[in-house]
Design a protein around this ligand. Structure first.
Ligand SMILES: Cc1cc2nc3c(=O)[nH]c(=O)nc-3n(C[C@H](O)[C@H](O)[C@H](O)COP(=O)(O)OP(=O)(O)OC[C@H]3O[C@@H](n4cnc5c(N)ncnc54)[C@H](O)[C@@H]3O)c2cc1C
Length: 315
């Protein structure tokens, strides 16, 4: 089957990889190439954040956890073309006493923390895959090329009519391409610091009005963040940088004084629920929609891509 995938972020590339490796003839069309997408900005730790509904997200997250864990094992083999994925220990802190998280069933184990820093009352630790997105997207592109698929820059005004099927993985672009105003931006700003001795674990700290995270990736540390619903501003803000550094350094003092190597902003494609379904169109090929992954596009990518491929196989 000839499949056109619209979008070259983590969703589009993963859908394209799975479909191409199942034998479909796949071409990806995208306004922004992989390194220019929101996906390239992601931290990117496995964590189901701002994505709904819980039951479907849990299944996609669990499956993606399995695949990422397998990809992480390649690093220890020293094989070429490594995916840039590693499994790290994550410590999550909550301001109020909390029951086990709703996604507990997606991770093999989770332990409660006995001691938490001032200002927090509860927390847990678990192991989770972390992807170095610039490297990981390159890995997906290479895997795609090996399966005979192409990636072409093309800004579309509508979903393309040709091919046997179209996969719509355009994230926020679905506001235009499928006339879906329920997909909205949630602005996130992150900083990149050099590697810091002793900072090997991921830290996630939630508050009512802020999210703070520290994600070491081997050759750098990503520190965040912001989560502003409905904000389209892609410019980095100095005031956010200062606030992020202050919050993160209070929790991880080793970050103090580290130089900021770069600041990036991305717009998470939020939606009341991830749209993953087939739409039949009069006089045009069917569309499998796969967008609206909020703050969890990486976390859900493999589970969603396999479901998209199942829907393509069944057309
Ligand atoms: C600061 C930050 C930190 C994050 N951290 C994490 C994390 O730790 N873990 C995690 O799982 N997720 C994280 N996320 C969320 C994650 O980045 C997104 O959920 C994910 O990138 C969505 O991927 P996507 O491929 O659906 O969309 P995108 O990456 O936005 O890609 C959309 C693609 O569609 C194309 N497109 C759109 N419109 C058109 C058009 N008209 N014509 C042609 N092409 C079009 C775009 O050019 C692009 O190629 C984070 C996000 C941010 C901003």
């Amino acid at each position: 089957m000839r499949v056109l995938v619209v979008g070259a972020g983590v969703t589009g590339l993963t859908c394209a990889v799975v479909a191409a490796e199942r034998g479909h003839h796949v071409d990806v069309l995208a306004r922004d190439l992989p390194q220019e997408t929101t996906s390239a900005v992601a931290a990117a730790c496995w964590y189901p954040y701002l994505a709904y509904p819980a039951e479907r997200v849990l299944g996609w997250a669990r499956r993606s956890y399995e695949v990422f864990t397998e990809l992480a094992s390649y690093a220890s083999t020293g094989a070429d073309g490594q995916p840039g994925v590693a499994v790290r220990t994550v410590r999550e802190l909550t301001p109020e006493p909390a029951a086990d998280p709703w996604w507990r069933g997606a991770v093999p184990s989770l332990q409660r923390l006995d001691v938490v820093p001032d200002g927090y009352t509860d927390g847990w630790t678990f192991a989770a895959p972390v992807a170095h997105m610039p490297r990981y997207l390159t890995y997906l592109e290479r895997r795609l090329a090996d399966a005979g698929a192409t990636v072409t820059r093309m800004a579309l005004a509508t979903l393309p009519p040709g091919a046997d099927a179209v996969v719509n993985a355009s994230g926020l672009g679905s506001r235009l391409l499928s006339d879906d105003g329920s997909t909205t931006p949630v602005r996130g700003q992150v900083l990149r610091l050099p590697p810091i001795e002793g900072v090997d674990d991921v830290l996630l700290a939630d508050r009512v009005d802020t999210v703070t995270y520290v994600v070491p990736r081997g050759d750098d540390v990503v520190v965040g963040g912001t989560s502003e619903a409905g904000v389209w501003d892609l410019g980095a803000r100095a005031v956010d940088t200062e606030a992020i550094l202050a919050r993160a350094s209070a929790l991880v003092p080793a970050l103090r004084g580290a130089p900021v190597l770069g600041v990036r902003v991305g717009l998470r494609p939020a939606r009341p629920s991830v749209r993953l379904e087939v739409e039949r169109r009069d006089g045009a090929s069917p569309v499998v929609h796969c967008y609206g992954h909020g703050g969890a596009g990486v976390t859900l990518s493999w589970g969603c891509a396999e479901e998209v491929a199942d829907l393509l196989d069944a057309l």
